[in-house]
Design a protein around this ligand. Structure first.
Ligand code: UDP
Length: 321
């Protein structure tokens, strides 16, 4: 700890979907935030409301390059990474580099500043899981050389180096395994199922289900996720913790819900299932309940309605431009 009263916190990936929501929460908690992002998948519109905030600074930088931050720092939240399947298929090497070199640099910064480090890891560490729901002690079923391997293995390496810094350098580290999360500030065209289906529904285009739609996902609203992550940053616990919403549904059910809630006339179209697409995914959140006294509060209908409204407004603004 830097020994001053206002915590100073670095957020890598600070202009991304999660990094920007995390920043808002940290500012609300009284932190001074230094956000770092190279904007390859993050966007300045996510942080434009912070312009002029004296507790906020933005540095445009690739975290795979040496990180120079002169300030004393209390926390490093490492959230930089392409995170949608389309993004990491288009950016395989940057994805591997940010998970490996970027995590190394972010840990080095935490070590130099004696700061607490929190890694944004992922349910992709479980791959196409053979255990259901997924508990943190499950080691996963990952294809290292498949197209998703660039993300999965980068994050698994990131977890390994984080534990090594904890064990060998005594750094206070935390690891959150983030399950599917949705909400305002997702990119409409990032390829993930939530913006994809909402965008298609609002444009009255067919919703594109990959495979037969029997694969499942469990969707967590962003404010719930950020609350779990903030609690984890304050906890004395170093093993990975799943944060997600256990309410599981098939992708077909999800498409039907989007059609119902938006009231669109869109139909459903079936496309090929991407390689290694996990068949099921649901977090076991027993550990988060016990250690963080955390569980999600936002109901699906409420969260998805807010998200649909966000995309409606975003599209209306885009039309004006
Ligand atoms: N998916 C789909 N149609 C789309 C986009 C995604 O059916 O237009 C499916 C995808 O194959 C996966 C699920 O929705 O089974 C969730 O995909 P997403 O890209 O959101 O992330 P993932 O959970 O696979 O990391």
């Amino acid at each position: 700890m830097a020994g001053h009263s206002q915590p100073v916190t670095v957020v890598t990936g600070g202009a991304g979907f999660l990094g920007s929501h995390l920043t808002d929460r940290l500012l609300k908690e009284g932190h001074r935030v230094i956000a770092i992002d190279n904007l390859i998948t993050g966007h300045l519109t996510n942080i434009e409301h912070l312009a002029g905030n004296e507790n906020y600074r933005f540095i445009k930088q690739d975290v795979t390059q040496y990180l120079y931050v002169p300030d004393e720092i209390d926390f490093v939240f490492h959230f930089a990474s392409p995170a949608s399947p389309i993004d990491y298929l288009e950016l395989p090497i940057p994805t591997l580099k940010v998970g490996a070199l970027g995590t190394h640099n972010a840990l080095g910064l935490a070590k130099a500043k004696k700061a607490t480090f929190l890694l944004a890891s992922t349910s992709e560490c479980y791959g196409d899981p053979l255990v259901h729901p997924q508990r943190e002690d499950y080691w996963g079923n990952v294809n290292p050389i498949g197209p998703r391997g660039v993300y999965d293995e980068a994050k698994r390496f990131a977890e390994a180096i984080t534990m090594a810094y904890h064990r060998y350098h005594g750094i206070d580290t935390k690891i959150v395994r983030i399950f599917n999360t949705y909400g305002p500030r997702m990119r409409l065209r990032d390829g993930r199922v939530v913006p994809a289906f909402i965008g298609q529904a609002l444009a009255e285009m067919p919703l594109t289900i990959f495979g037969d739609g029997s694969q499942t996902r469990s969707f967590c609203y962003v404010s719930d996720l950020i609350d779990g992550i903030f609690r984890l940053s304050q906890a004395d616990f170093h093993e990975p913790v799943n944060i997600g919403n256990p309410r599981e549904m098939t992708i077909k059910q999800f498409a039907e819900e989007i059609i119902r809630i938006t009231g669109t006339k869109s139909s459903i179209e079936y496309r090929d299932l991407p390689v290694d697409d996990p068949k099921v995914r649901q977090p076991d959140i027993g550990r988060a309940r016990k250690i963080l006294q955390w569980e999600p509060k936002v109901q699906f209908e409420e969260g998805i309605t807010t998200t649909i409204d966000y995309f409606r407004q975003w599209l209306a603004r885009a039309k004006q431009r």
